[in-house]
Design a protein around this ligand. Structure first.
Ligand code: MSP
Length: 495
């Protein structure tokens, strides 16, 4: 059976990780955790894009060799993702020997199939985007900015134009390969403008930090080809075993749509490899209406926010309010309000109140009681469960799934207030309702694991359950340890 494969883009190893990198990776991590809980075989790939001018320049400006520099950054990214409770299956680095060989093999296939030719190029090159500007772009931007350089060089071209019709037909026949539809339309728009062959090498004397063209070591392979092939090299390409995973699915930001939706499929066609099964294109996190990025200087350290709102608070914030394809504003006051009002106040506080009653009324030992069920809540929980079961097939549901969680929690709060369980005199009724509430919390804790793994573990610890769907319906042991978990900072309306 095929293993479901979802990748993030690989991140430029030119600076520290920021919230944009976290977002792409988190989406795949949530998908992966949902697959793992449901025993769906899955493969989560992420890693670093370590070659190219941008990386070489960053290294130089900090006094490192490129290799020393990318080694440090790789460690930094790995630690960052570890801190964020992200567990990928494979960490690819484009300086890995196996990757370099795979890229050279891929190049050889394109050459053998007649899609590479030698020529020359003159034009404005954007160092930050690692690509030449089109004529139209060059007219629009201020080319006196040092981020653009005029370059004339001998180079190799890829015959992208040969794939225009095939790509048009492919997207016409497969409109569901790109999510959301706006990005599909944008892709169709690119195709309407026509496809021109593009440069896929740089002279080594200009850029030594890259993979050599196998048949002509005076040239290095264009960094985007090097980077895109990671999706194959990580799963064993050119060894046939890559077919156990391929065709895979990709998550990426809208800024790199063209590379993935046009260049990548054309390159794959040229190498006679199946096209990706699906691409999920997410939006940007913005600050003051601008995309957060190191190059625009508006990126910020997440350390303080992690301390204040916990890793799970940020994980939740990033997926709860913003649909996968839309942009979102990243502001601390928004994080604070979501974490405090939803997680601290509605979720954590209710669970602690329930444990409080259990302690006060029953000294943490719940007596046997009749079964009680509140139908409207059970129904909501079923919807939440159903959404969870759809995640392995459809990562685009992540936001809707986070919303289902809070929907259930809000319903539980209303139920708790209506029942006034703290005032109940009948001990049997009180125990029945408490059992029901505890049961719902145990279920929620299991289902929310993909988004908030730490919260999930803390709640389930109170039941002495581990995170497993096998514990979804098991009877709850009626003796509790009396520990009160600490989840999030307390809500303080005056702070
Ligand atoms: N190295 C290339 C990708 C090669 S994949 C074969 C690259 N790297 S990147 O580090 O610039 O960006 C990687 C991912 O982070 C992209 O999906 C990008 O959209 C995402 N983000 C970077 N900043 C972002 C925000 N401010 N908001 C959301 N995601 C953004 O491109």
């Amino acid at each position: 059976m095929k293993i479901k494969f979802l990748s993030t883009p690989i991140y430029y190893a030119n600076d520290k990780p920021h919230v944009g990198h976290l977002y792409s990776t988190l989406l795949v991590d949530i998908w992966k955790k949902a697959c793992a809980l449901q025993n769906v075989k899955s493969f989560f790939l992420t890693g670093l894009d370590e070659h190219g001018q941008k990386v070489a320049q960053s290294a130089q400006s900090r006094g490192y060799s490129p290799k020393e520099y990318v080694d440090r950054l790789s460690e930094e990214f790995v630690n960052f993702f570890h801190h964020c409770d992200i567990k990928y299956d494979y960490w690819i680095r484009t300086t890995d020997e196996a990757h370099e060989k795979a890229v050279q093999h891929f190049w050889g296939q394109l050459e053998k199939n007649g899609y590479i030719y030698k020529g020359a190029y003159a034009g404005w090159y954007s160092i930050s985007d690692e690509s030449y500007l089109s004529e139209a772009e060059a007219k629009e931007v201020d080319t006196s900015n040092p981020k653009y350089v005029w370059q004339e060089e001998e180079c190799y071209y890829f015959k992208l134009s040969a794939f225009e019709e095939r790509l048009k037909k492919f997207y016409q026949d497969n409109p569901d390969r790109i999510y959301p539809v706006e990005r599909y339309n944008e892709t169709v728009g690119f195709l309407k403008q026509g496809l021109k062959d593009f440069v896929i090498s740089r002279p080594k004397e200009r850029l030594y930090w890259g993979i050599e063209v196998p048949s002509d070591p005076e040239h290095v392979i264009y960094v985007w080809i090097d980077a895109l092939v990671n999706y194959l090299s990580a799963i064993g390409y050119p060894d046939e075993q890559y077919k156990n995973y391929w065709p895979g699915m990709h998550v990426l930001g809208k800024d790199i749509l063209k590379f993935h939706a046009i260049y990548w499929p054309a390159l794959l066609m040229a190498a006679n490899i199946e096209l990706p099964a699906k691409m999920y294109i997410h939006g940007w996190w913005l600050r003051d209406d601008a995309k957060i990025s190191k190059s625009s200087g508006n990126a910020f350290s997440l350390d303080e926010l992690f301390q204040k709102y916990k890793v799970d608070g940020l994980r939740y914030f990033l997926v709860r309010g913003v649909e996968m394809g839309s942009d979102g504003n990243f502001r601390e006051d928004l994080v604070k309000s979501v974490v405090e009002s939803e997680l601290s106040n509605k979720f954590g506080n209710l669970f602690l109140r329930i444990l409080g009653i259990l302690d006060l009324s029953f000294m943490n030992v719940l007596p046997a009681s009749e079964k009680y069920e509140e139908e409207s809540i059970v129904k909501k929980m079923e919807e939440f469960y159903e959404m969870f079961t759809k995640l392995p097939e459809d990562p685009a549901l992540i936001c809707a799934y986070a919303k289902k969680f809070i929907d259930c929690v809000v319903a539980l709060n209303s139920f708790f207030d209506e029942k006034q369980i703290w005032n109940m005199q009948d001990k049997n009724e009180k125990a029945s309702v408490l059992y029901f509430l505890l049961d719902m919390f145990r279920k929620i804790a299991i289902l929310i694991y993909p988004i908030m793994p730490d919260v999930s573990r803390k709640v389930l610890d109170c039941f002495e359950f581990n995170v497993s769907l096998a514990n979804y319906d098991k009877p709850i042991a009626r003796e509790f340890g009396g520990n009160k978990p600490v989840f999030f900072p307390k809500y303080n309306p005056n702070a």
